[in-house]
Design a protein around this ligand. Structure first.
Ligand code: DTR
Ligand code: CA
Ligand code: ZN
Ligand code: ZN
Length: 433
């Protein structure tokens, strides 16, 4: 058909418009599921070194009812609190001694869909328990810290747990499950268990329980070119049993204990036809009793499973919202504000929200400076000081705002509470990393 130039131009425009209307929107508008970061095995090994030091300082073990276990719980809890997790210590009694579970929730995500990962933190009395089970405990600790520092926004809610008294018979995890209301049990979409994942003569075993969880792990190792086997001795042998017994989907990883690696497995994984861990439940289960490659691969597999099963997104690094308008501060008068409207940030604000403050004011001690979240929550950045005679407030505060929904109007609120010195707000900036 002979079309004039104008008719052709209109036809092309019509096709383009039809395309847009039909939803041919560039894929860039839909955020792809985030990929897990690499878990630095050096960080995991540092946690193991710290657990070793704790055992050495407390009679050589980290067993239930002993000082070394309490110190281990305090060590893990402190790191999680600093990273912005909501932590809970659950007490129970076993064999006449008080035991402790540590539960850590990452704020945000769908509370009706909980992805949970756990490891028992207790050792036997005969040794420091670095592979059994410092390895699992350290790996999920570093994975939890990676969630906090990466800006990952999980669609499902993430919960991590460190169990007490596993070596006495899954006591801590069973206590947790038995005291979890049925409505809350139903919210756990999967429980991932990690007990001995750094054995010195390792095998790569995947629990054959929930098929989705099993496939998630097997796909990861297939991507590494590392063959895996189904964990056959696991049923009832670790804390996943407490969850499986009440119908919660479970999975996990294991590198072997006192059983002997077969010659076929030596062909598959290397190593020797001896025990996977010759120091199982012995005093030699120290930091020397770890295979770094197995610890690294399993730590990365844990992160892969957590990211995959919670199907979230990661905020682009450093989303910045800034207001540079000058706002005069009345001398010894009412508070004034500078505000920014945050949009396009998924989920909650990070635990390390960077709050840039630029206030020009002589004798800055007169000033009270607050960050006000969209829901009105006040985070004091700087209190009044009758002695701080320096000029200007030009600094960046790091605020744990992980309890706050990110999108909305955030304000910097400033009040001059003493006469004579005056000034103004020069700038206010929020960086979502
Ligand atoms: N019961 C665990 C070690 C253990 C033995 N077999 C398996 C299978 C799967 C996980 C763990 C284990 C302990 O001694 O803590
Ligand atoms: Ca790694
Ligand atoms: Zn054990
Ligand atoms: Zn164990």
């Amino acid at each position: 058909m002979n079309l004039s130039a104008r008719q052709r131009a209109l036809a092309v425009a019509g096709v383009a418009l039809a395309g847009l209307l039909a939803g041919a929107v560039p894929a860039a508008t839909a955020q792809a599921a985030a990929a897990a970061p690499d878990i630095p095995v050096a960080n995991v090994k540092q946690h193991l070194a710290d657990l070793q030091s704790i055992a050495s300082a407390n009679g050589g073990n980290r067993a239930h009812g002993r000082p070394g276990y309490q110190a281990s719980i305090n060590f893990v809890k402190a790191k999680l609190d600093a990273a912005g997790f909501t932590t809970t210590i659950q007490q129970f009694t076993s064999s006449g001694a008080t035991g402790y579970n540590l539960i850590a929730d990452w704020p945000g995500g769908d509370a009706n869909q909980v992805v949970m990962a756990g490891s028992h933190l207790d050792s036997v009395t005969s040794g420091p328990g670095i592979n059994d089970n410092g390895s699992g405990s350290a790996a999920i600790l570093e994975t939890a810290l990676a969630v906090a520092r990466s800006g990952y926004q999980p669609t499902k809610h993430l919960r991590f747990a460190w169990w007490g008294a596993e070596e006495l018979g899954l006591v801590g995890s069973r206590y947790y499950v038995n005291n979890l209301p049925a409505t809350d049990r139903a919210k756990i979409s999967g429980y991932l268990n990690f007990d001995m994942i750094g054995s010195p003569n390792p095998g790569y075993f995947v629990y054959d329980d929930d098929p989705t969880i099993e496939k998630t792990f097997k796909d990861y190792f297939a991507g590494l070119g590392v063959p895996t086997e189904i964990e056959t001795e696991g049923d009832g042998r670790s804390d996943h049993a407490s969850f499986k017994n009440v119908g919660i989907p479970v999975g996990g990883l294991f590198t072997g204990a006192s059983r002997t690696k077969t010659s076929a497995q030596v062909q598959k994984w290397g190593g020797t036809a001896t025990a996977f861990d010759r120091c199982y439940h012995s005093s030699c289960d120290t930091t020397a009793n770890i295979n770094d490659t197995a610890l690294d691969r399993n730590s990365d597999a844990i992160a892969h499973a957590i990211w995959t099963l919670s199907s979230g997104t990661t905020n682009p690094p450093g989303k910045v919202f800034e207001n540079t308008s000058d706002v005069s501060i009345p001398d010894n008068g009412a508070a004034v504000t500078s505000s920014v409207s945050v949009t396009g940030v998924t989920g909650n604000a990070p635990s390390n929200l960077a709050v840039g403050v630029d206030i020009i004011h002589t004798w800055r001690g007169d000033l009270v400076v607050d960050l006000v979240a969209p829901d009105g929550t006040v985070y004091n950045l700087k209190p009044f000081s009758s002695s701080d005679s320096a000029d200007n407030v030009q600094t960046t505060y790091t605020v744990n705002a992980s309890a706050e929904v990110a999108n909305g109007t955030w304000s910097l609120r400033v009040q001059d509470r003493a006469t004579y010195d005056t000034g103004y707000i020069n700038g206010f900036k929020l960086t979502f990393s």
